[in-house]
Design a protein around this ligand. Sequence first.
Ligand SMILES: [Zn+2]
Length: 369
Amino acid sequence: MTRLSSISAQGKSIPLPTFFPDATRGFIRSTDSIDLQNANIEGLIMNTYHLLTEPGPSVIKQFHGLHNYTSWPGTIITDSGGFQLLSLVYSKAGFGKISNKGITFYRGSKGNKKKYEFSPSKCIETQFAFGSDILICLDDCPAANATEAEVTLSVDRTIQWAKECKQTFLRELKQRKIPESKRPLLFAVIQGGSIKSERKRCADALLEIGFDGYCFGGWPLLETKELDLDIVQYTASLTPESLPKYGLGIGNPTALVQSYLAGYDIFDCVLPTRDARHGRLYVFANERNTITQETIQNFWSFFYPGAEKYRRDTAPISPYCDCYTCKNYSRAYLNHLYVVEDPLAFRLGTIHNLRFYTQVIGQLRSWKS
Ligand SMILES: [Zn+2]
């Protein structure tokens, strides 16, 4: 299988495969741009819905986009925000409602609720204003326990909204006079739940409209929390290998490698940063930091820095990790920081976990060559 080794967005090359941590609100908690660059992070995914409500597009426009506003020189993907918005619509009565035109929701504080109309067109206009390198179409992600009829309706809406997103995307390119070599990319999301015929219907319709890349949408996990590899593999098989495939929200290190083998090139996941804040650090299970087809299930394990046994341990988290944390700090000092819950623990843990993920990506890149 020939794999894509890079794609180009806004005139900049993005090496593949790649992992983008979730900087939902424009930052990764407890770290800054330099910390992320030092962990070899090349791109971030930010959330259109969250940034639309706070700080709001007018602030970001004043800085000519998110790169300048957040001092992030790498790639920025903006997720449409549909996933978060619809999760809130489905789980919180009175949060908002969904129709064929888009999502209406209310946000605010102290009784001052503001009404937002989030249409496919508005979603793309906002992502352009944010200066994103890769824009993602608004999609209708069904609830994890959706009925077959609800899945079918979500595919109908996802296709309709993708059409509107593409039209707005082309209009914005024209109005802004952006040449082909400098334009951002537009990705669409394949929904369909676990119903293969709906996944295919969605993918075929999106391919006909034509996008720069295709994302796996929906819930990639089984009830056991393991990756639903069958539907993830099937969905990847529906789009050509010449275009990038993005496994939205995938996943832990094993799920990431499995999805890479299934055909996906781009990944994001909240796990490495969230786990770092909860005292769960990732380490390679063998000394050479290697991943092989035979060790996909067990090439990594958790290291718990808060455990009493590390109180006097002079070694770094991992002697085989080259991250800022491992080069400069002992397990004993991290144990102390985690026990007293100082924010420095979260920063140092996050740097280590992100470097672990970029080391995994580095291995996958070496598989190709
Ligand atoms: Zn480290």
